[in-house]
Design a binder for this molecule. Structure first.
Ligand SMILES: Nc1ncnc2c1ncn2[C@@H]1O[C@H](COP(=O)(O)OP(=O)(O)O)[C@@H](O)[C@H]1O
Ligand SMILES: [Mg+2]
Length: 240
């Protein structure tokens, strides 16, 4: 993932399929999906539960390999990459945000972020400075020393967004990031992600939260593993 210009899509999914053994029958989780995402674009993947959103995100992030088709990140075919390459790619270039926050319960907000920085290879000095910046970015400077159980769901997810941004990812994958949040805190999380996209981070997000229509640039809809629709949405009007 070294090439980085405006003409190369940040993400290109070409004819990708993935099936699973569903215990006696085959589940076609993703069927012949193709899409591209431009650098700095916020793409929402919408669709009901079971439509294949998480499977597609896993394929885009190199957490899983397709049975057919290819995934290109910044022009590089990751479906033929080694496990070592994919591990380094995820560590250095991709951020993840999940529905369930995924913070380490015994570490404070700041320590959760600092740990991510250390894993990404930051030095001790950079680590403290960057942790402060990231906490400020998500509006949690005053909560730095709190552990997850002392934070609201929205605050925990903001820590998770800060952690996902720790390695300055070029690509951020978010899977139902507002699934456990109320409307107001969900909007704050979408706002943070939109801001990251404005600053050049490419974001691919699975959600069935209708609020996303105020924040994403574009959406694709999945049903039974296929892309069944797409459209430009309102977020795009606010760009630039
Ligand atoms: N590892 C797996 N083994 C078997 N079936 C799976 C596996 N992962 C996903 N599936 C199935 O693939 C389909 C799509 O799942 P998923 O991608 O999780 O959808 P969504 O995220 O849209 O809810 C579902 O029918 C699900 O049960
Ligand atoms: Mg899912």
């Amino acid at each position: 993932m070294t090439a980085h210009d405006e003409t190369t899509p940040a993400v290109e999914v070409r004819g990708v399929s993935r099936h699973f053994d569903g215990g006696g029958h085959t589940v076609y989780a993703v069927r012949d999906v193709s899409l591209t995402v431009a650098p700095g674009e916020l793409l929402a993947i919408v669709g009901r539960s079971g439509s294949g959103k998480t499977t597609l995100l896993n394929l885009i992030a190199g957490l899983d390999r397709p049975d057919d088709g290819s995934v290109y990140l910044d022009g590089h075919d990751i479906t033929v990459a080694s496990e070592g390459y994919l591990t380094a790619l995820r560590r250095n270039h991709i951020g993840f945000v999940f529905q369930s926050f995924g913070l380490l319960p015994l570490l404070s907000a700041a320590e959760n972020i600092a740990l991510a920085l250390r894993i990404a290879g930051a030095s001790g000095r950079d680590e403290a400075q960057r942790t402060r910046e990231l906490l400020e970015l998500v509006g949690l400077s005053a909560r730095a020393g709190h552990r997850p159980y002392e934070l609201s769901g929205g605050e925990q997810q903001r820590v998770a967004v800060a952690r996902a941004m720790a390695n300055r990812p070029r690509l951020l994958i978010a899977d139902e990031p507002t699934g456990e949040l109320d409307t107001v805190t969900g909007a704050q999380i979408f706002g943070l992600l939109q801001q990251a996209a404005r600053e050049g981070v490419t974001i691919v997000m699975a959600t069935h939260d209708p609020l996303i229509m105020d924040y994403a640039d574009r959406f694709v809809e999945m049903a039974d593993g296929r892309l069944v629709g797409s459209g430009e949405i309102r977020g795009a009007l606010h760009r630039g």
